[in-house]
Design a protein around this ligand. Structure first.
Ligand code: FPP
Length: 248
């Protein structure tokens, strides 16, 4: 987030009608590297640079919430060295962006089974979340050790426990109560979900929250994704007619 604006915001983007919450499945780091006969790890390094670019662009144009799928519960099954590298990159990202987040009024938040992360990543994350907790310019949600089904299971356990203790009456459980017990409690659902590298699937991401989310899949591999394409997707989003199951 150090460099100055590297893109031109086109007039077709209506900055008064931006999505309040954009979620991204950042896919294709491995394929990007393999295409270049490089180790997959180089792909993740390049992917981390794209994270910086897209965070900076989102802040500059005024997206209030950006949720990034950085590490899924399934990703733990990858080769040990790849998992370890992803953890190193994550820690590096959090440490190197901390001051910029403070300066730019960005709050860092994390969603997922954070207890499963290595102690040094947890420490770095916890410190940055604490230092940025009062910032209200933008929220970055890093989905780490995240799985949508695990999130729903965790919500059910909490609500069931509250029902058992009498704090909640089971007949009065509403969609709002469910949403309030997810990792994303207090945040609006994503308006737009972007997936890079062409796969047409959700991969266990934000299963409850994306009920009415507009989905955009691009063939671009995550390390090649940039501000111009991001903005053209935002323009496409603004042209879509959202009906939320209703008629116009
Ligand atoms: C998918 O590529 C990407 C991930 C497993 C996670 C995303 C990680 C980063 C962007 C790097 C570090 C993150 C931060 C927040 C600094 P893939 O390996 O599944 O690609 P492939 O499908 O082509 O193999």
């Amino acid at each position: 987030m150090n460099s100055s604006t590297s893109f031109h915001v086109p007039e077709d983007l209506d900055v008064s009608k931006l999505p309040k919450h954009v979620a991204i499945i950042m896919d294709g780091n491995g394929r990007w590297a393999e295409k270049r006969l490089m180790n997959r790890i180089r792909g993740h390094e390049a992917g981390a640079e794209t994270v910086r670019t897209i965070v900076r662009t989102s802040r500059e144009i005024g997206i209030p919430i950006l949720t990034l799928y950085a590490f899924s519960t399934e990703n733990w099954q990858r080769p040990k060295v790849e998992v370890a590298t992803l953890m190193v990159l994550l820690k590096k990202f959090i440490d190197s962006e901390r001051n910029e987040m403070i300066k730019n009024n960005i709050r860092l938040n994390a969603i997922g089974e954070l207890a499963n992360l290595p102690a040094d990543v947890r420490e770095s994350l916890g410190r940055t979340m604490d230092l940025t907790k009062s910032n209200d310019g933008m929220v970055i949600n890093l989905a780490l050790s995240y799985g949508g089904r695990a999130e729903i299971a965790s919500m059910v356990k909490i609500i069931a426990e509250k029902a058992r203790s009498g704090e909640i009456d089971p007949v009065s459980i509403t969609e709002e109560i469910i949403a309030d017990h997810l990792y994303t409690a207090g945040m609006p659902d994503p308006d737009l979900l972007i997936r890079t590298s062409g796969e047409m699937r959700i991969s266990n991401f934000l299963l409850w929250q994306i009920a009415y989310t507009e989905i955009f899949v691009t063939d671009t591999l995550w390390p090649d994704f940039g501000s111009d394409e991001f903005i053209s997707i935002l323009i496409d989003f603004q042209r879509r007619e959202r009906r939320f199951g209703n008629v116009v």
